[in-house]
Design a protein around this ligand. Structure first.
Ligand code: ATP
Length: 324
């Protein structure tokens, strides 16, 4: 193996740069040339490849976003585009590819593997929604940003005895809502994976007030319900409460990656190169019980579903069920 390439795809996530840097450092350490593919799968099909050096990447470990840029490129679902991508890779003499992204990006990597081109995936998405792994790069940073914003909102909520409904990201997964909600002591956490009744959420906030809380907090995952709709229905059921809705939106994607995201990104970036050199062709990396784990991309991606931390969700339900 002489040359490998790395790309980032889908939504950007803090820590992606740390992973790119580790791929480049480890590749160079093993005597390889490492190419960056710009703008995800679009760049792969169009041949937007540039040779990366240590000076391109070393300072990026602490930067959010992705230095390789990203793009949504639905065309890549079609075989003719995947074949074009492989022709570009062959034209540049590239032997294997590292894909950093979410489950959609992994489906792209899987299609390349099925066509015989070696690919390894590194989970990079704030949503934490990739099957098999308990953690994805960027999730910890996103939770930390969301929590910081929720804490600030809680200060003003308490000063006016308000109820705030805070909508967080996560696409179809409730992970950010669960972690930020538990860490903020939310009265209720609403996730797409669990059915809910707004009456029950009202009951929990009222029970909290009766028990002495001076504000109420509901953390709502974007995949569960639109925040304006939620607030409207909540207000009808709780006319005495002063209710406000807030959408945190894209700030959750930005900012300095946390130490956890940088450390796991570095571990995964370096390991991905080692695995390609060992001859792996269709795998992705993840974390289980704090240990780096290798998954078969075909087996795991196609046959497993992402699971949220039900234990954390249920714990919060129990703590905030004050029984009125
Ligand atoms: P995030 O969820 O964090 O935004 P993601 O990787 O899941 O990340 P997607 O927009 O779903 O984001 O996918 C990124 C890109 O991966 C798509 O724009 C497309 O180029 C490619 N892709 C998605 N699904 C497939 C598929 N089934 N087959 C081949 N390529 C795919």
């Amino acid at each position: 193996m002489k040359r490998i390439a790395v790309l980032t795809s889908g939504g950007d996530a803090p820590g992606m740069n740390a992973a790119v840097r580790a791929v480049v450092e480890q590749g160079i350490h093993h005597g390889l040339e490492v190419y960056g593919v710009y703008y995800g799968y679009r760049g792969l099909v169009e041949g937007d490849f540039r040779l990366l050096t240590l000076s391109d990447v070393h300072h990026n470990i602490r930067r959010g976003g992705t230095m390789l840029y990203s793009a949504r490129y639905p065309e890549f679902k079609h075989k003719e585009y995947q074949e074009k991508a492989i022709s570009q890779l062959e034209k540049f003499g590239i032997d294997a590819l590292v894909v950093i992204g979410g489950d959609g990006s992994f489906a792209g990597a899987l299609s390349l593997s099925k066509l015989g081109f070696p690919a390894v995936g590194i989970p990079g998405t704030i949503d934490n929604d990739i099957p098999g792994t308990e953690y994805t790069i960027g999730f910890d940073s996103a939770v930390s940003v969301a929590l910081d914003a929720i804490d600030k909102i809680s200060d003003t909520a308490a000063s006016h005895n308000r109820t705030f409904v805070v909508e967080v990201m996560g696409r179809h997964a409730g992970d950010i809502a669960i972690w930020a909600g538990v860490a903020a002591g939310a009265d209720a956490i609403i996730i797409p994976e669990e059915e809910f009744l707004i009456e029950d959420v009202v009951r929990r906030t009222e029970a909290g007030r009766s028990a002495g809380k001076d504000y109420s907090l509901v953390v709502l995952a974007e995949g569960a319900m639109d925040v304006d709709n939620f607030v409207e229905q909540f207000q009808v059921l709780a006319p005495d409460q002063s209710v406000r809705g807030v959408t945190l939106s894209h700030i959750q994607r930005g900012g300095t990656p946390t130490a956890r995201d940088r450390v796991f990104a570095t571990l995964m970036g370096a390991r991905s190169v080692d695995l390609l050199i060992e001859g792996q062709k269709a795998i992705y990396l993840g974390v289980r019980e704090e240990q780096l784990t290798v998954f078969d991309i075909v087996e795991t991606l196609e046959k497993t579903e992402h699971q949220v931390r039900q234990d954390l969700f249920q714990l919060n339900q129990k703590l905030t069920d004050r029984g009125n």
